[in-house]
Design a protein around this ligand. Structure first.
Ligand code: G1P
Length: 291
């Protein structure tokens, strides 16, 4: 029997410099896709997978994320007095005692950000979701749900695996793949941001992980890797061979909302799907393209 995945870590300390000036005073995780912030989609994805405790690794200037998941007292009181519908706020409050906010004091890398959560994770397997990777599955079949379903079958460590054009691999963690069985691919090796032409495959890590707690021990002594940062990918690579390690191919769409193009694509795709906006946006986009 595998231990259930009850905890998720959301690394949200990054400065979001690619979106300046928008992110000068607003955390990038609060940028909206249509009308919900990126972090809300990631939290909903974790909840849908049965995860109860949400652990945010934040940094200076990220206090708005904590407020976002709290009660908005003035706004809610006023709206209620006016008899307004508050359903838009459903899901924005986290369960009392199940929201943890930790600070990564220095930007030492993703691996370091995860390690900051070691005492909260304890000896349980846990999930990691990078909120600027927006993974859109069918209703009830989000990326983390698909990964937890795979975890229930094979246990061990799992990463989401995504095929991309080979020339984009230097921006990501890349899998050295073994045998494939349906959506599961054996992971034989992992390399963070390989130089162009050196990647072992075009299967990358799009920011969803289920890891065993032993990774925290490795992170404790993890040397700096690509970009002079403590890399989660390097720590995971040390687990291969010691514990089962698989990639899960996600059945759904991925939007890289850490890039402007990906962020705009996500907004357009979601707006087109919305019953209240779709027709309008489709007509507008068609006209606009014909100009
Ligand atoms: C991080 C990870 C990388 C992963 C990527 C996904 O890189 O280190 O392995 O592929 O997220 O977006 P970053 O984008 O923080 O440089």
């Amino acid at each position: 029997m595998t231990k259930p995945i009850r905890k998720a870590v959301f690394p949200v300390a990054g400065l979001g410099t690619r979106f300046l000036p928008a992110t000068k005073a607003v955390p990038k995780e609060l940028l909206p896709v249509v009308d919900r912030p990126l972090i809300q989609y990631a939290v909903d994805e974790a909840r849908e997978a049965g995860i109860e405790q949400m652990i945010f690794v934040t940094g200076r200037g990220k206090g708005a994320i904590e407020d976002y998941f709290d009660i908005a007292f003035e706004c809610e009181t006023l709206q209620r007095e006016r008899g307004k519908d508050l359903s838009a706020l459903d899901g924005t409050r986290l369960d009392p005692g199940n929201a943890v906010f930790l600070r990564q004091q220095e930007p030492l890398g993703l691996g370091h950000a995860i390690w900051v959560a070691r005492d909260i994770i304890g000896d349980e397997p846990f999930a990691i979701l990078l909120p600027d990777e927006f993974m859109k599955g069918a209703p009830g079949q989000g990326c983390m749900k698909q990964m937890v379903d795979a975890y229930d079958k094979v246990g061990g460590n799992l990463v989401c695996a995504l095929e991309i054009p080979m020339e984009q691999t230097p921006s990501y963690g890349v899998i050295d793949p073994g045998a494939r069985d349906g959506a599961l691919t054996e992971v034989k090796g992992l390399v963070e941001k390989p130089r162009l032409g050196t990647a072992p495959s075009n299967l990358i890590l799009p920011g969803r992980y289920i890891l065993q707690p032993e990774v925290m021990k490795i992170l404790e002594t993890q040397e700096k890797g690509a970009g002079g940062e403590i890399q989660l990918t390097d720590a995971m690579a040390s687990l291969i061979g010691r514990q089962p390690f698989h990639g899960v191919t996600f059945d759904g769409r991925r939007f890289d909302c850490g890039s402007k193009a990906g962020y705009i694509e996500a907004n357009l795709a979601l707006a087109l799907e919305r019953p209240d906006l779709g027709d309008h946006i489709r007509a507008f986009a068609t006209d606009e393209l014909a100009r």
